[in-house]
Design a protein. Structure first.
Length: 95
């Protein structure tokens, strides 16, 4: 569980946070939630909450660990990636 704390505090390497937590964990979780909510629709709210909690943790960790890369450009790209889901929600709310 130390990786959760290290990532949350911004102490983890950027590549780990991006590829392992945001990309792999995020996609696996999205796939699992979509699959489970079709089978058990009564638990949709529960799984959505889990997805939001873990996804939120991953994106905040990505933002905080952005500068833990060898090249500064990767930190800038990571912060843009971290903002995309927020922008998507805001744009969806406006339209």
């Amino acid at each position: 569980m130390g990786f959760i704390k290290r990532a949350w505090k911004g102490e983890e390497k950027l590549w780990k946070v991006f590829w392992l937590y945001v990309f792999l964990l995020g996609n696996a979780l999205s796939f699992a939630v979509e699959y489970i909510k079709d089978i058990y629709p009564e638990f949709s709210i529960f799984w959505l909450a889990i997805k939001l909690l873990i996804g939120g943790w991953a994106l905040i960790s990505l933002w905080r660990c952005a500068w833990n890369a060898k090249r500064r450009v990767w930190g800038s790209i990571a912060r843009i990636v971290a903002m995309l889901p927020i922008l998507r929600v805001l744009i969806g709310a406006i339209l």
